[in-house]
Ligand binder design. Structure first.
Ligand code: ADP
Length: 170
């Protein structure tokens, strides 16, 4: 059985990530989406929330499961029996970082292969960070995220606005 691991911080999952996962699910018997608990990034959603958002987005794909992890990605791959790490590539911007990471992973764990799926054209310029900026400024992101993520972003930013207003009032 070939198991693929699609790891990332996914804060939150976008249609670009979902497109990669959907295509990867066709290549492997099983695809595990690995949500990294503590990336060196400022996060909007907790690990549990990021897992739940992914679960809602891939509910219709039978061979996909979602888990979170807080160890080295290659260690996690070994733990779940994955032979392949899947990553997405957008234009040239992702290449250097992904290349470095793949070589490091190969060094640590030579048996695990990295496979890259090129982002489809509509998602080439889509990133979770840009998405959060746009939604914070009131932009329409309906076509860029799964419906459950759209709802969660709406709720999150409403909650954040209320918290900010309360802080200003104090
Ligand atoms: P990271 O894992 O570097 O924190 P993300 O969680 O945003 O980054 O992304 C996880 C993986 O999905 C990475 O391989 C990234 O290049 C890829 N990816 C991000 N956005 C897109 C997109 N719009 N289309 C295809 N792949 C993407």
């Amino acid at each position: 059985m070939t198991i693929g691991l699609y790891p990332g911080s996914f804060d939150p999952v976008t249609n670009g990530h979902l497109d990669v996962a959907t295509r990867a699910a066709r290549l492997f018997d099983r695809l595990v989406i690995g949500v990294f608990d503590r990336p060196a990034k400022h996060l909007l959603f907790s690990a549990e929330e990021r897992v739940e958002l992914w679960k809602g987005a891939v509910a219709q794909i039978p061979n996909v499961t979602v888990e979170h992890y807080n160890i080295l990605t290659v260690e996690f791959a070994r733990t779940i029996g994955a032979q392949v790490i899947v990553r997405g590539l957008r234009m040239s911007s992702d290449f250097e970082g992904e290349f470095e990471m793949a070589l490091m992973n190969k060094q640590i764990s030579p048996k695990i292969e990295s496979v890259f799926l090129m982002a489809n054209l509509p998602f080439q310029f889509l990133s979770s960070s840009l998405l959060k900026e746009v939604v914070q400024l009131g932009g329409d992101i309906t076509s860029l995220v799964p419906p459950n993520v759209l709802k969660a972003l709406g709720t999150k930013f409403k909650v954040l606005q209320v918290t900010e207003q309360n802080l200003i009032r104090r």
